[in-house]
Design a protein around this ligand. Structure first.
Ligand code: ZN
Length: 138
């Protein structure tokens, strides 16, 4: 599942450019791999249909109908909009093996994917809400 191959990024900006564009918290999470405090994202209670897009580059990442209430305090999804929308990377920090997920277009750190999610995929994409923007379906 995880690989550390370097995909071609379609959006490449300097650290200074990202810092200008993003809030401090979004910059820390997406570009510095920080983790937002649990139960702080307004998306935890977001149940409308729509698209969750990358806060950095507006690439579509998750659909509202793939969202579920994981109880973890972070927005959680059982699948991305497509396998090509995200990239997966082995993460051995914190002395445990996890699979990090990033935006495939701009390399933004989004969160991690775990194998304890609901049907139909059995996956749980545990995502920092600050890495996302929500476009509610009109
Ligand atoms: Zn992105």
């Amino acid at each position: 599942m995880a690989s550390n191959s370097k995909p071609e990024l379609s959006v490449v900006k300097s650290e200074a450019e990202w810092r200008d564009q993003l809030s401090q918290e979004a910059f820390d999470v997406t570009r510095k791999h920080a983790t937002e405090r649990p139960f702080t994202s307004p998306f935890n209670n977001e149940k409308r249909e729509g698209n969750y897009v990358c806060v950095c580059c507006n690439a579509a990442l998750f659909k509202g109908d793939a969202k579920f209430d994981s109880g973890t305090g972070w927005p959680s999804y059982f699948e991305p909009v497509s396998g090509a929308a995200i990239s997966e990377h082995s993460d051995n920090s914190l002395f445990r093996k996890r699979t990090e997920v990033r935006c495939a277009a701009c390399d933004a750190h989004l969160g991690h994917v775990f194998a304890d999610g609901p049907e139909p995929t059995g996956l749980r994409y545990c995502i920092n809400g600050v890495a996302l923007k929500f476009d509610a379906k009109a």
